[in-house]
Design a protein around this ligand. Structure first.
Ligand SMILES: Nc1nc2c(ncn2[C@@H]2O[C@H](COP(=O)(O)OP(=O)(O)OP(=O)(O)O)[C@@H](O)[C@H]2O)c(=O)[nH]1
Length: 568
C-alpha cells in the first residue's frame, strides 16, 4: 500500500481532531446527564454506583486522549475530576459509606465538583497548547536509505587501472558501480542521494570528496555516505589525518576486493540502523490508535493499529512488530492481561510491550509491569515524545533481535529462523495458490579452501557469498545460513525455472570473484538445488527435495543449479 505524504497525513490528523471534538461534545452531554441524575433525590445506592463508575471511565478516557487531540487543558481538568472519583471506585462497596470510614459520595460529589465538571465544556473552545509539537522537525530529519536499496559505489578520482579493476570486480559482488569525478558527485540528484551509496577514492582526494559529501548531506538532509580510500600509508599521523578528514576506511593496495565489498556492506548497514521499525498499536479508542499510527507513519515507521483486543494474535503474526504499544483499559479487557496472553506464545516472549496508560500510580504501574509489559508511557503522550520514545525502543529492539536471529559471520538468518520462514512460505503458497521455490546452496570443495588457505580465507568466501546473495536476490527473498557453508533461500512467487535463472547468475558472478590468499588469487564455485514448495505436502519435504537436487548437482560436476524432479 502506498504511504501517505506528509500533507495527506496532516489532513487525516486534522480530521481525527475534529472527530474527537465531536465525540467530546457527546461525552460532555452525557456527563451533564449523569450529574443531573446524581443531583436527584432518592437515587438508590446501586444506581449511584453505576453512574459514578460510568462518569469515572468517561473522565478517564477524556484525560488520556484530549491532550493528544490538542485539548490539553480539558484533559488535565478531566484528570483532576477522575482522580477525585477514584476513592469511590476503589472502595469496597464502590459507593456510599465504607465500613472502615472511607469516603462517601457527598464528600466527593460536592457542589464544587459539579461546578468544575460542568465547566469542562467551556474548555473545548479555549485556545490550548497542542501536543503536536514536532511539525518543524520533519524537514531536518535525515533521510535514511531503505535497508534493501541496491548499493551504488562511486569510484572517484582513482587511477585508470584501479578504477577499471574495481568496476569489474565490485560489479561481480552485486554492487552498481560507476566511475565519476568530483563534479559528477556534486550533481547527484536528491533521489540518488537518498539511496544507499558509498564512495571510493585515493587518499590524496579524501579532503575534497569529504567536503563534497558534506555539501550533499546538507543539501538533501541525508546521513553521511561511507567514504573509503585506497593508499599505502601505515604511519599513525597520516592515518589520523585521513580519519580526521572524513575517511571511514583505508584499504592498501593490492586491494582485497572481497574484504572491501564486506566493508562497504557493513558501513552502509551501520548507517541504516537509524531506520525506524515496525510498531503494533492496540488501543480500543479507534481515533487515538489512528492518531498514533499517523504520527508514527509520518516519522517513517511501519505501523499497524487495531482496536479490538481479540485481533491481537493475528495482528502480531501479520505485522511482526519490533515493539508494541498497548492500552491498559479497553472496555472489559485489561491490557495487562492481554500482555500476559501474548507471552503465552514463545515467539513473543522478547517483544517489548509498552503500556499506554493514564495510570499514574507507580505501584499499579509496577504491578502491571510484573505481569508482562516492559514499560509505561503515560497518556496523554505528545507526538514529539511518542516519536522519540518509539525510535529509541525500536532501535534497541532491532539490535537485540538481530543478535538473536542473525548469524554473526554473515548477518543472514540463523538455521532455525530460515526454517520457520520456509514453513511460512509453504503455508502461504498453499493458501494463496502461487508457486514459490526453496533453494539449497553449498560452496564447492570448501574443505580444500579451508585446509589449504586457512579458515580466515574460508570465512571471507562465506561472507562474500552472503553479500552477493543479498545484492542479487530480491528484497522479498529470504536468505539464511543453513549450516557451515550451506545456505537456504526462499524465493516467493518464483517458479523453479525462474530460480534456476536467478541463481545461475549468482553462480556465474560468484565464480568471477577473486580471493587473495598466501598463494595468490583463487576463485570458488557453488552448487545449488531448487524445489517448488507447493509441490510438497510439507516444507520439510520440499527442503529435502532441494537438498536432493543439490546432491545431484554435486554429482553432475558442481558449479551450477539443478531443479528437483520426480524420479521415474
Ligand atoms: N572457514 C569456515 N569454514 C567452515 C565454516 N563452517 C563450516 N566450514 C567448513 O566447511 C567445510 C565443508 O566441507 P564438506 O562438507 O566436506 O564439503 P566440501 O569440501 O565443500 O565438498 P563438496 O560440498 O562436496 O563440494 C568443512 O571443512 C568445514 O570445516 C565456517 O564458518 N568457516
Amino acid at each position: 500500500m502506498a504511504k501517505d505524504s506528509s500533507a495527506e497525513i496532516a489532513v487525516k490528523l486534522e480530521g481525527l481532531r475534529q472527530s474527537f471534538r465531536q465525540k467530546a461534545v457527546r461525552d460532555l452531554d452525557q456527563l451533564d446527564e449523569f450529574l443531573a441524575r446524581m443531583a436527584e433525590r432518592g437515587l438508590g445506592q446501586e444506581d449511584q454506583h453505576a453512574i459514578i463508575k460510568t462518569m469515572y471511565h468517561l473522565l478517564h478516557r477524556l484525560a488520556g486522549s484530549a491532550g493528544t487531540f490538542g485539548l490539553g487543558i480539558l484533559g488535565s481538568e478531566a484528570r483532576k475530576l477522575e482522580q477525585s472519583l477514584k476513592p469511590l471506585i476503589e472502595s469496597d462497596q464502590g459507593v456510599g459509606l465504607v465500613p472502615n470510614g472511607g469516603p462517601c459520595v457527598e464528600d466527593i460529589l460536592t457542589p464544587d465538583f459539579f461546578h468544575r465538571a460542568r465547566q469542562l465544556r467551556t474548555m473545548l473552545s479555549q485556545p490550548q497548547s497542542t501536543f503536536r509539537e514536532r511539525a518543524g522537525d520533519a524537514a531536518t530529519e535525515p533521510v535514511v536509505p531503505p535497508l534493501e536499496a541496491a548499493i551504488a559505489v562511486y569510484l572517484c578520482d582513482l587511477p585508470e587501472a584501479v578504477g577499471v579493476f574495481l568496476k569489474h570486480t565490485l560489479t561481480n559482488h552485486g554492487f552498481t558501480v560507476e566511475r565519476v569525478d568530483v563534479s559528477d558527485l556534486l550533481n547527484l540528484s536528491g533521489e540518488v542521494c537518498a539511496g544507499a551509496f558509498a564512495v571510493i577514492t585515493r587518499e590524496e582526494s579524501v579532503a575534497s570528496i569529504s567536503s563534497t559529501l558534506q555539501l550533499l548531506k546538507r543539501q538533501y538532509g541525508i546521513s553521511s555516505p561511507p567514504l573509503i580510500c585506497t593508499g599505502n600509508h601505515n604511519d599513525f599521523d597520516r592515518r589520523y589525518s585521513l580519519a580526521d578528514l572524513g575517511a571511514d576506511a583505508l584499504f592498501s593496495e593490492p586491494l582485497d576486493v572481497p574484504l572491501l565489498a564486506d566493508r562497504i556492506e557493513r558501513l552502509i548497514n551501520e548507517r541504516s540502523k537509524a531506520i525506524p521499525g515496525r510498531v503494533l498499536i492496540l488501543d480500543d479508542d479507534e481515533d487515538l490508535a489512528r492518531h498514533y499510527q499517523l504520527v508514527l507513519q509520518e516519522a517513517g515507521f511501519d505501523v499497524h493499529a487495531i482496536s479490538d483486543p481479540e485481533e491481537v494474535l493475528l495482528a502480531l503474526a501479520e505485522c511482526r512488530p519490533d515493539i508494541m504499544l498497548l492500552d491498559v483499559r479497553m472496555g472489559h479487557y485489561s491490557g495487562v492481561t492481554v500482555a500476559k496472553l501474548i507471552r503465552f506464545e514463545p515467539q513473543w516472549l522478547s517483544l517489548p510491550i509498552i503500556y499506554l496508560s493514564s495510570e499514574k500510580d507507580r505501584s499499579v504501574q509496577l504491578e502491571a509491569l510484573a505481569q508482562g509489559g516492559d514499560e509505561f508511557m503515560t497518556k496523554p503522550v505528545s507526538d514529539d515524545y511518542l516519536v522519540r520514545a518509539v525510535q529509541v525502543r525500536c532501535y534497541r529492539a532491532r539490535q537485540l533481535n538481530q543478535l538473536v536471529i542473525r548469524d554473526s559471520l554473515t548477518s543472514l538468518l540463523k538455521h532455525s529462523v530460515i526454517k520457520q520462514e520456509i514453513e511460512k512460505e509453504h503455508a502461504r503458497c498453499l493458501r494463496m495458490g502461487h508457486v514459490s521455490t526453496v533453494a539449497m546452496i553449498d560452496l564447492d570443495h570448501f574443505k580444500q579452501v579451508n585446509d589449504r588457505y586457512g579458515h580466515r580465507t574460508g570465512d571471507h568466501v562465506i561472507k562474500a557469498l552472503a553479500n552477493l546473495l543479498r545484492h542479487r536476490l530480491r528484497s522479498t527473498d529470504v536468505i539464511g545460513r543453513y549450516g557451515g557453508e550451506e545456505f537456504a533461500v526462499v524465493l516467493p512467487e518464483c517458479t523453479s525455472n525462474m530460480a534456476i535463472e536467478v541463481l545461475g547468475k549468482v553462480c556465474d558472478g560468484f565464480s568471477e570473484i577473486l580471493f587473495t590468499t598466501s598463494e595468490g588469487e583463487i576463485s570458488v564455485t557453488l552448487s545449488a538445488g531448487v524445489a517448488e514448495l507447493n509441490a510438497f505436502k510439507s516444507a520439510n519435504d520440499a527442503l529435502n527435495a532441494a537438498d536432493q537436487a543439490l546432491y545431484w548437482r554435486k554429482k553432475a560436476g558442481r558449479d551450477g543449479v539443478t531443479a528437483w524432479h520426480p524420479q521415474s
